[in-house]
Design a protein around this ligand. Structure first.
Ligand SMILES: [Cu+2]
Length: 189
């Protein structure tokens, strides 16, 4: 090989090698359409926040309970309506670690009083601890949306921001149940 041929070979190797390196490096940077953010439905997290249990409303990073569109839940609307805090699916394993556990049976609601801080995220895990269906709800219209229905032995969860300071009575709304002692009071300070 003369000098000229050697130069051609060296240049050719550099060009091919450079091209290969370029293709190889860019392979890992291909942007797939719509691949910026993956939101798995029912996974407990979304762009707006995290669920305390499967099916509940979301809690934002700054501690606001919101719906999937990011708007704050309304505690005065019909329970189960789109703007209400949503009750969870049936809880079969552990309840969320910060939940206040409330058991309802024909002998009453346990505990029948608890205290929370105004504005703070409150998670109630309501269970029927006997063989009956129970319906936990607050009597004050300002808390009308916070309600949970549970069949025999079932547990469900609901999460909301505690209302303004005051005392809020709750009952089991199944006819005849509050009269036999299924009632209690939430104190907000
Ligand atoms: Cu009841």
């Amino acid at each position: 090989m003369d000098k000229k041929t050697i130069i051609y070979v060296v240049v050719a190797v550099l060009v091919v090698g450079g091209l290969a390196a370029y293709v190889f490096t860019n392979k890992g940077q291909i942007n797939f359409p719509g691949g910026e953010e993956v939101v798995e439905e029912g996974s407990g997290t979304s762009a707006v926040g995290e669920q305390t249990a499967d099916g509940t409303s979301y809690v934002t990073e700054d501690g606001k309970v919101v719906n999937s569109d990011g708007s704050e839940v309304d505690l005065t609307v019909e329970p189960g309506s789109p703007n209400a805090p949503q009750q969870s699916a049936l809880v079969t394993g552990d309840v969320p670690k910060d939940a206040i556990e409330i058991g309802i049976s024909s002998t009453g609601i346990t505990p029948n009083s608890f205290e929370v801080k105004s504005g703070k995220v409150v998670t109630l895990a309501v269970a029927s601890t006997d063989t009956q269906t129970h319906l936990f709800k607050f009597t004050d219209p300002s808390m009308a949306a916070v309600a949970i229905g549970v069949g025999p032995g079932e547990t469900r969860v609901i999460t909301f921001n505690a209302p303004k300071d005051g005392t809020y009575d709750f009952v089991c709304d199944v006819p005849g149940h509050s009269g036999r002692g299924e009632s209690g009071t939430m104190t907000v300070k």
